[in-house]
Design a binder for this molecule. Structure first.
Ligand SMILES: Cc1cc2nc3c(=O)[nH]c(=O)nc-3n(C[C@H](O)[C@H](O)[C@H](O)COP(=O)(O)OP(=O)(O)OC[C@H]3O[C@@H](n4cnc5c(N)ncnc54)[C@H](O)[C@@H]3O)c2cc1C
Ligand code: SF4
Ligand code: SF4
Length: 545
């Protein structure tokens, strides 16, 4: 006897006796929507896929690492220095806190280094030679992708070591050099040619002499911008990039006890934090606007404050003398722009470090016809080709956000464009699919799972050393963090659709990439599967008439 006397209970499968007929107006289809994290990654990583692989642990880690390496050869570096726009876009951020994508990437990158994983080149040699100018992230990434595509890439680097600003800008307490070396060496080990201490001064001459078929230029932006500040002869003024570059030399720069840094970006924060580690008792960042207008990232400001770096907002430097600076207080006008007030004050300073941005040295392009330079950077098309056929450019020297990840993404895009150009075609990136927005998910199905907090070095140990400040995840926390991913827009075979369909119209196929199918003889277009799919991987489409 049923305990629901006034209800009819169908036997499972019995509804398949009744085919839908022709009255359905919509039907369900499986879709693969673009997760917002993937969409936001400047290197174009398939984050949802590699988190899915990592969720398995064990062998899944290597699969996840290899998935990242398709798009970006620097997972261990990314996991330390990328500003992770993917996390700002992550749908989980609207539920509790975004997935710690960056920390899982670092875990996978470190696993790649620890296990000595390498990438095989399977493409047939094309017989084409490509000159890469500059061994920063953009040049290295381009050389890596060109090699995988079968071309012979040769890097000409002006400096004595590879890495660009990853070595001569980003301090060691954020990017240990053994990590940088391991990921750079892996690329060079694939057969990439490298000439160090080889500054290219005339791009066309170098291409001609070396018999190169195409060139990718990624010379970065290394010339520190100066501001006119009247200064006494004994005032000690230097720029931030010079200071940070000298940290890689034999001798540590002498800054004195009281150091003032002028600027509001991440480089200003790095210069002030470096000054602290060099023994400054006072490190003060002077910035002409307010916190809201400051380009430095929150984490840089927070970590700098923890280490005792002080901020002086709404101030400019009027004059530099031996041992002191004259500052002028600014105030915001009605448009929010800082205006001088004429109110002056003195600030003790043994050194003044200017962190006002960097310009590119583009002299190697002098006389190249068709090239356009605007605001100190080279204009390029969507394929990163300059106005001169066969010369491509990327990274800090083209108009774009300046970051390691953007530079690495440019390296990939340029390599694909060069490959297509060398083969007489044009690289067309695959069109971006429909976005898996938060409202396409059914978040009821996901368990609560607070985000993992990354351990940090104690403040007392930070300021005395250049040891890495932020630590990584361990295998259990990495696995946990990967499992927090909601798999936005992609089916993860939870069987909900299979279970909820009142007409048993969902057929289980179980093949990777083809997990279920809708049997249209039975689907009556009710949409329950769409509503109950946690990850937004099914949608209703109008019935074909
Ligand atoms: C202090 C500082 C901190 C930063 N922190 C971060 C961070 O935390 N996260 C982040 O994402 N980004 C950060 N950035 C920005 C990031 O480092 C750059 O956007 C990125 O390195 C640019 O890569 P690139 O390959 O275009 O150029 P670069 O890294 O500058 O490399 C260019 C290379 O070209 C070489 N070169 C130059 N001219 C020639 C020539 N004529 N011939 C041959 N070789 C030449 C240079 O020696 C150099 O090795 C930071 C930048 C600075 C200055
Ligand atoms: S490279 Fe940066 S944006 Fe891309 S997945 Fe990694 S952390 Fe996110
Ligand atoms: S939940 Fe996962 S798939 Fe969705 S945006 Fe975040 S990391 Fe990407």
């Amino acid at each position: 006897m049923s305990d629901k006397p006034f209800a009819i209970t169908l036997d499972v499968g019995s509804s398949r006796a009744n085919k839908t007929g022709s009255w359905r107006t919509e039907r369900a289809v499986y879709v693969d929507r673009l997760p917002p994290c993937n969409n936001a990654c400047p290197a174009g990583e398939n984050i949802q896929q590699w988190l899915y692989d990592a969720e398995e642990g064990g062998e899944g880690y290597e699969r996840a690492w290899r998935q990242i390496m398709e798009d970006n050869p620097f997972p261990a570096i990314m996991g330390r220095v990328c500003y992770h726009p993917c996390e700002s876009a992550c749908n989980r951020g609207q539920l509790d806190e975004s997935v710690g994508i960056n920390s899982v990437e670092r875990f996978l990158g470190d696993a790649g280094i620890d296990n000595g994983w390498t990438v095989d080149v399977t493409a047939d040699p094309s017989g084409k030679r490509v000159l890469v100018v500059g061994a920063g992230p953009s040049g290295l990434a381009a050389a890596y992708q060109l090699t995988r595509l079968g071309h012979a890439a040769e890097i000409h680097e002006a400096g004595p070591m590879v890495g660009g600003m990853m070595r001569f800008g980003i301090p060691q307490y954020r990017l240990p050099r053994d990590v940088l070396d391991a990921e750079a060496q892996r690329i060079l080990g694939m057969g990439v040619g490298l000439k160090l201490n080889t500054k290219v001064t005339d791009i066309r001459a170098t291409m001609q002499e070396g018999g190169f078929d195409a060139a990718f230029i990624a010379v970065g932006a290394h010339i520190g911008k100066r501001a006119y500040i009247p200064a006494g002869e004994a005032a000690h003024i230097l720029d931030a990039v010079t200071l940070l570059r000298s940290m890689e030399g034999e001798e540590r720069p002498l800054l004195g006890r009281r150091v003032v840094v002028y600027g509001g970006g991440d480089t200003a924060m790095d210069a002030a934090r470096t000054a602290k580690r060099l023994g400054a008792t006072d490190a003060v960042v002077v910035y002409r606007r307010t916190r809201e207008a400051m380009p430095a990232h929150d984490f840089e400001l927070e970590e700098a404050a923890e280490e005792g770096v002080m901020m002086k907002w709404l101030s400019t430097i009027r004059q530099a003398e031996e041992g002191k600076l004259v500052l002028e207080r600014m105030e915001l006008d009605e448009t929010g722009f800082p205006q001088p007030t004429g109110e002056l004050e003195e600030l003790e300073a043994d050194s003044l470090v200017l962190a006002l941005g960097q310009d590119s040295d583009l002299s190697l392009l002098d006389g190249v016809p068709g090239l356009e330079v605007a605001d100190g950077v080279v204009e390029v098309g969507p394929d990163l080709m300059t106005g001169y056929d066969g010369i491509f450019a990327g990274g800090d020297m083209v108009p774009a956000e300046r970051s390691v990840t953007v530079a690495a993404g440019h390296g990939k895009r340029a390599a694909r464009s060069i490959d297509a150009w060398l083969r007489g075609g044009r690289y067309e990136p695959a069109p971006k699919g429909e976005l898996a927005t938060f409202d396409t998910l059914n978040t009821w199905y996901y368990a609560d799972a607070p985000r993992t907090v990354r351990p940090k070095l104690e403040v007392a140990r930070r300021t005395g050393t250049f040891d890495e400040v932020v630590a990584g995840l361990d295998p259990s926390t990495a696995l946990y963090e990967a499992r927090r991913c909601l798999s936005c827009g992609s089916c993860f075979s939870c069987d909900n659709c299979y279970g909820v369909c009142p007409d048993n119209a969902v057929i289980k196929l179980g093949e990777p990439g083809e997990l279920y199918e809708i049997d249209l003889d039975y689907c009556k277009g009710c949409g329950i599967c769409v509503a109950e799919c946690p990850s937004g991987a099914i949608k209703m489409v109008p019935e074909r008439i």
